[in-house]
Design a protein around this ligand. Structure first.
Ligand SMILES: [Zn+2]
Length: 323
């Protein structure tokens, strides 16, 4: 072996060690198999459209799951007044840990599913609700495993509020006027105006929406960058250190009307959106988005794992910071 080769090997070893730089922090592991099962359980209730039997049954299941994970759970009931003239019973579900701490992080997802398959190539499915394995269930599934992780190793300083918004996906996609924005995210609008605790504040929030598909690409979304650029940087830095730069892209993409938009604008809590924005689809969302194909086949446990691991690392890093 020549000296050049030895030097070369030395450089390779140095380089590979620096690439493997992980965040040395004592935090629980994320259980991707359990997270996948959480998606399946929700999908087994059928579509979770407000006013449906599946919606009520799934709500009760979620409440019991988060209670078993050691959270204090509040069901915040409200009436969802939809753009098509319905008044439907809806519920935000708030699962809290360490309620007395003044340091708080909100983790959010929507648990309802869209009543229309308005992007299905088969237009006869237009009025069929979607199963929402990715669009809804994936974010909730990750957050349930995050709750179990907190239960297994309680945070010392930080309090966490997991907020599952209802009636996110009942919006009017045919109306391009400014007012149509308010037909979406009815649960987030309600909670932002009427938080579960009057005067509620949190340091910041992270919303998960469509975090379960194979090869998901999470971009730096404009509303997140406008209101909470430091949170975006923090989360993306952790993702890279954990080896998930294949999922977390540095690309900037346009702002979305999603639950975080209202939490930022109304509740004044800086909140980012981790959401799948593929580079190659016409809609800018995954192929299964708002179609009958958003079923269990759309879910890849490795994607749930990447997102769940990043969220857990974030919580435990923040917690160590405050000790
Ligand atoms: Zn949707």
């Amino acid at each position: 072996m020549s000296i050049h080769r030895i030097i070369f090997l030395f450089i390779v070893i140095l380089f590979s060690n620096s690439c493997k730089k992980t965040l040395h922090i004592d935090s629980p592991n994320f259980d991707k198999t359990a997270a996948y099962t959480n998606v399946r359980q929700q999908v087994n209730f059928g579509p979770r459209v407000p006013g449906s039997d599946g919606h009520l049954a799934c709500k009760d299941w979620l409440v019991s799951q988060f209670k078993s994970a050691g959270a204090e759970v509040i069901e915040q009931g409200f009436t969802a007044n939809t753009f098509d003239g319905k008044s439907l019973p809806a519920f935000n579900i708030i699962a809290s840990f360490n309620k007395s701490s003044k340091y708080r992080i909100v983790l959010a997802a929507h648990w309802d599913t869209r009543p229309f398959s308005d992007y299905d190539p088969d237009t006869s499915f237009y009025h069929k609700p979607i199963l929402g394995a990715d669009d809804g269930a994936s974010g909730v599934a990750v957050l349930l495993e995050v709750a179990k992780a907190i239960q297994s190793k309680p945070l010392k300083k930080y309090g966490v509020d997991i907020v599952l918004f209802d009636a996110e996906d009942y919006g009017n996609d045919k109306d391009n006027t400014e007012r149509s924005i308010y037909t979406w995210c009815l649960g987030a609008q309600h909670w932002s105006k009427n938080p579960h605790i009057p005067g509620y504040k949190a340091d910041y929030g992270v919303l998960l929406d469509m975090v379960g598909a194979k090869d998901a690409r999470f971009t730096k979304e404009a509303v997140s960058m406008q209101y909470a650029p430091k949170v975006v940087e923090k989360v993306w830095t952790i993702a890279k250190a954990e080896g998930f730069s294949n999922f977390f892209s540095d690309e900037l993409t346009g702002g979305l009307t999603d639950d975080h938009s209202f939490v930022n604008a109304i509740a004044n809590i800086p909140m980012i959106d981790i959401i799948n924005r593929p580079a190659t689809t016409k809609t800018g969302f995954p192929h299964h988005w708002h179609t009958q194909k958003d079923d269990l086949n759309a879910i890849e446990p490795l994607t749930l794992h990447a997102v769940g691991t990043v969220i857990i690392k974030l919580l435990y890093l923040e917690d160590v910071d405050k000790i």
